[in-house]
Design a protein around this ligand. Structure first.
Ligand code: SF4
Ligand code: SF4
Length: 422
């Protein structure tokens, strides 16, 4: 085991290999507040990569309804239970949340899935705390869709105050998921054949199909359950981050890095993907006007999914604003209250950056803001609100402008003679 720095935990942790980071890392931000569970992303991935015989139960991209849904069923409850057994004193966060990008969420005091594996009764070969889901658990990708939590202790009864903000008593939300292309991948750590590797150019994690022998150690180890076993080839497969698009080698990309299929297809405009600059210590190098850097490290509205697991996932989520904080803290760590507060009362820059989602398929490397007129003044929850019609301009890898858009969405009025036509 090596000691590596995990900035999401705010401390060093044990990992089976030395730390090594790409110059740029594949990462994404999903804004849960905007997801409508249309599953267009799910089907965009399915119809591109997993439509063949033997892949019927394979959903590299999926959207599950929380708190009850999960693919495979109860994946997060199960791994959190295992982690709890390994951390009988609790999975506690210590210290304060801060603006420091090396340690923004304080310090995780419990053991990660790597550290816990050293202490628990695992087979000798196990390097990572995990479990192998049963075939039945993979069978129902969208189980419990739209099932809310009800009135505590009363069966089949919803809470009457379900629709009142700031926190709903009856709630659910949609959690869209793909492989997190983790900085410390558990799948890679567990593979006895070293068939899984992390690309040095973009940090995408891939299974070498010619090396894999289907031992399923990766399926067991990935806490997010994003490696899947294919029975007819006896080989494991996983999300490949649509790497020809990210490389800019896809014929549609015109040589510029392009977002993945699931991102590009998103109807709810809740997904943004990018390639963030990494430092050799494993933290993000400062890149102030990269939209992902801004959302994760400046506005701090986007948080990692289950950071306490220790893989340093590169998927970040803007938490849903109507869900009880205790639930969200378990899922996204101690930064939740700050993230929700900043999201519900966005400052001028955040409002502009939120307009960048899904205006183009080309990956945004930098943005600029041109100030516009004041278009609204009022109050929200007793606080003053001012909205400016700023213009936000997106630039690609080559420094060229990709598009520009405004905070106030333009309104197009259809000519009456076309009102009933498409
Ligand atoms: S999410 Fe799972 S499959 Fe993806 S890189 Fe992390 S550990 Fe590996
Ligand atoms: S396409 Fe977008 S809005 Fe629709 S389910 Fe997927 S993430 Fe949600």
């Amino acid at each position: 085991m090596s000691d590596v720095y995990n900035w999401q935990l705010g401390r060093d942790m044990s990992y089976p290999y030395e730390a090594k980071f790409p110059d740029r890392q594949f990462a994404f931000v999903f804004n849960i507040n905007r997801c409508i569970a249309c599953q267009t992303c799910t089907m965009a991935c399915k119809s591109t990569w997993t439509f063949s015989k033997g892949q019927e139960h394979m959903w590299w991209a999926n959207v599950e309804t929380k708190p009850y849904g999960g693919y495979p069923q109860h994946w997060d409850v199960k791994i959190l239970e295992l982690l709890q057994q390994a951390n009988p004193d609790g999975q506690k966060w210590e210290g304060e949340i801060s603006e420091d990008i090396q340690k923004p969420y304080g310090e995780f005091g419990g053991k990660t899935i790597f550290e816990a594996a050293e202490k628990t009764l695992q087979p000798e070969s196990a390097r990572v705390l995990g479990y192998l889901p049963s075939d039945e658990e993979w069978n129902l990708p969208n189980i419990y869709e739209d099932n809310p939590v009800g009135k505590p202790g009363v069966r089949d009864k919803l809470n009457e105050t379900g629709a009142e903000l700031p926190v709903h008593s009856t709630w659910f939300f949609y959690l869209a998921r793909i492989c997190n292309h983790c900085s410390y991948p558990a799948c890679l750590a567990a593979c006895p054949r070293k068939a899984i590797y992390k690309r040095s150019e973009d940090g995408i994690v891939l299974v070498d199909q010619s090396e894999c022998r289907g031992y399923r150690k990766c399926v067991e180890a990935c806490p997010y359950k994003k490696v899947m076993y294919r029975g007819n080839t006896r080989i494991s497969e996983k999300c490949i981050a649509c790497y020809p698009r990210v490389e800019g080698t896809d014929p549609e990309s015109n040589g510029q890095p392009m977002e993945t299929r699931c991102m590009a297809a998103c109807i709810g405009q809740m997904r943004m993907q990018g390639l963030v600059q990494m430092s050799q210590e494993g933290t993000w190098a400062e890149d102030r006007y990269n939209p992902l850097y801004y959302l994760v490290h400046v506005a701090k509205v986007a948080l990692p999914l289950y950071p306490q697991l220790g893989t340093s996932p590169n998927g970040y989520y803007i938490p849903p604003r109507w869900v009880p904080t205790s639930y969200l803290k378990q899922m996204f760590g101690p930064g939740v209250e700050r993230a929700v507060q900043r999201y519900i009362q966005p400052d001028r820059e955040l409002l502009a950056v939120l307009q960048l989602f899904r205006r183009s398929h080309t990956i945004i490397f930098r943005y600029e803001i041109e100030e516009g007129d004041l278009i609204y003044e009022g109050t929200y929850r007793d606080r003053p609100v001012q909205i400016y019609n700023d213009t936000v301009i997106a630039f690609g890898k080559d420094g060229q402008e990709i598009f520009r858009t405004t905070v106030e969405e333009p309104i197009y009025v259809r000519d009456p003679k076309h009102q009933n036509s498409i």
